[in-house]
Structures are given as structure tokens and as C-alpha cells.
Design a protein around this ligand. Structure first.
Ligand SMILES: Nc1ncnc2c1ncn2[C@@H]1O[C@H](COP(=O)(O)OP(=O)(O)OP(=O)(O)O)[C@@H](O)[C@H]1O
Length: 270
């Protein structure tokens, strides 16, 4: 159970980001406040370019905010750390290492003995359904398999928090659905805290405890919508369809609003 009364696992307070490039300032993120509870699965949903990745990268410690502060367990985030595992859309595997070596890499770097690193890697490779592919190189794997290795690699480090940036965005719809189900199964077993960036409304409804909707650039949070249906969720159930219409409207309003056009969806949604 998520304990919302407990101190937040991740907290963003007035977090904002302006990038300066070629003498121009780009406001990527307006001040954002967000608290994620321990063990919670939160999806950040919004149109392209609204600053979703920027917010995730600030929590990852890869970039510093221009204003405000982000904390993990109450401590300021000043850089990346082993308690936060990152999965990106680009698979980011080492092409010259096998699946086994890729997954063992983190535990070895963290000083685990070879045997323990191997044991952990084997367990994680089996969990993501890649038993038998330990000696394959990334080039011998499909996109979905590479993303499974990416997840196994992060999980082998036993992070407290998983930060996922459109991890399934490059995959075909069927593979994406399978990986969403598998990710959910793994998450239900261990209940890491997950911050998951997506621009798919269906993906957010299927996975999240809460969906954070962001506005078109410069990004800010426009709504936080809880998803209360028990898992696994049926996206064709009436409550999912209603929620899908609501979230789609929220996102579309942002895009249309940014263009100065009224939302076309309004006529379909009461
Ligand atoms: N390093 C950077 N330098 C300059 N501008 C940047 C940088 N990183 C991001 N931006 C700008 O900040 C804005 C937000 O980018 P971000 O990648 O966070 O959006 P996003 O919502 O994740 O987009 P998408 O869904 O398309 O991946 C964009 O306008 C982008 O061009």
C-alpha cells in the first residue's frame, strides 16, 4: 500500500529549467511541484517538448534545475546515484559486451564479486524472459529484447527508484503491450518507486497510480489524475475509456491552447 502520509520519496519543489543555447534562452520547465510516495508508480504525460525528459533528468541528477530543488528521501539531488536506475528509449547497452556482461557491469562496478554479479545477472535476465540469450550481443537482439536487457541491467543494481524515459516508445504496439505487462509484473513483485515518462495515454492508464499531465512548452503541471482501477487494467473497460477521454482532452487542450485553437475533442467529451 502507498503511504501518502509518509515523507515523499521524490520531491520537486519549484523546479524550473531554462536552457541557454546559441545566445537564446529556452524555458523548458516552469516551476513544478511534485511529491512521489515510496513504492508509487507515477507517469508523466504530456505533448512533445513539454519538458517531461527535463524533469526526469533533473531527478536523475543528470542536469541541475535553474530554480527550485529536487530531493530524494529528503536529501538534495546533486548528481546521479546508484539508488536511481535509468532506462531510456535509446537502449544504451554496451555493443561490445554480451547480454550477461551488460547486466553484470553495474554490480561489478559497484564492487560485487564476480560470482555474485553473475548470479544477480542470471536472475534478472531470467526475470525479463531472456534465458538462453546470455551470450548474445546487442546487435543480435530485437528492439524489445534490447529494452528487456536495459531493464534487467537496471534491476541488477537493485535501485530504489526507477526513472524511465519513454522506454517503449520505439517499439511496435504488440511488443510494447507485452513489455508493459511484464514491467507491471516485475513492479508488483518489488514495488520500486517509478517515475515513467510517456506520451501515450493508454500506457499511462495501464501502468500508473497517478498520471501527471504537463502543459505544452514551457512545461508545467496542469493536472494530477489518480488511476484507481485494480491492476491488471482493462483498457476497454468503461472506466478506462472515460479516463482516456479525460486525459486525452487534457493533453489535447494543451497542444491546441498553445496553437490558439479550441480543442476538437471537447465536443465528444461531456
Ligand atoms: N540541452 C538542451 N539545450 C537546449 N534546449 C533543450 C535542451 N534539452 C531540452 N531542451 C528544450 O527543452 C524543451 C523540453 O525538452 P524535453 O526533452 O524535456 O521535452 P519532452 O517533453 O521530453 O519531449 P519529447 O516528448 O519530444 O521527448 C524542448 O523545447 C527542448 O528543445
Amino acid at each position: 500500500m502507498i503511504d501518502r502520509a509518509a515523507p515523499a520519496k521524490i520531491r520537486a519543489k519549484g523546479v524550473a529549467k531554462t536552457f541557454s543555447s546559441e545566445g537564446r534562452d529556452v524555458v523548458a520547465l516552469q516551476p513544478v511541484d511534485l511529491a512521489v510516495a515510496e513504492g508509487e508508480f507515477v507517469c508523466i504525460l504530456g505533448p512533445s517538448g513539454c519538458g517531461k525528459s527535463t524533469l526526469l533528468r533533473i531527478v536523475a541528477g543528470l542536469i541541475a534545475p535553474s530554480a527550485g530543488s529536487a530531493t530524494l528521501d529528503g536529501r538534495p539531488i546533486t548528481g546521479p546515484g546508484p539508488e536511481r536506475g535509468l532506462v531510456f528509449q535509446e537502449y544504451a547497452l554496451f555493443p561490445w559486451l554480451t547480454v550477461m556482461q551488460n547486466v553484470m557491469y553495474g554490480p561489478l562496478v559497484r564492487g560485487l564479486g564476480r560470482r555474485e554479479a553473475e548470479r544477480r545477472a542470471k536472475t534478472q535476465i531470467a526475470r525479463v524472459g531472456l534465458e538462453g540469450f546470455e551470450q548474445h550481443f546487442p546487435r543480435q537482439l530485437s528492439g524489445g529484447m534490447k529494452q528487456r536487457v536495459g531493464i534487467a541491467r537496471v534491476w541488477a543494481n537493485q535501485p530504489d527508484v526507477m526513472l524511465m524515459d519513454e522506454p517503449f516508445g520505439a517499439l511496435d504496439a504488440i511488443t510494447r503491450n507485452i513489455l508493459q505487462r511484464d514491467l507491471l509484473k516485475l513492479w508488483l513483485e518489488e514495488r520500486h518507486t517509478v517515475l515513467f515518462v510517456t506520451h501515450s495515454v493508454d500506457e499511462a492508464i495501464f501502468l500508473a497510480d497517478r498520471v501527471v499531465v504537463m502543459s505544452a512548452r514551457p512545461g508545467r503541471i496542469t493536472a494530477i489524475v489518480p488511476v484507481e482501477a485494480p491492476r491488471p487494467r482493462d483498457l476497454l473497460a468503461p472506466e478506462s475509456i472515460t479516463l482516456k477521454a479525460e486525459l486525452t482532452r487534457l493533453v489535447e487542450d494543451q497542444v491546441m491552447g498553445a496553437r490558439g485553437e479550441p480543442s476538437r475533442l471537447r465536443e465528444y467529451v461531456n
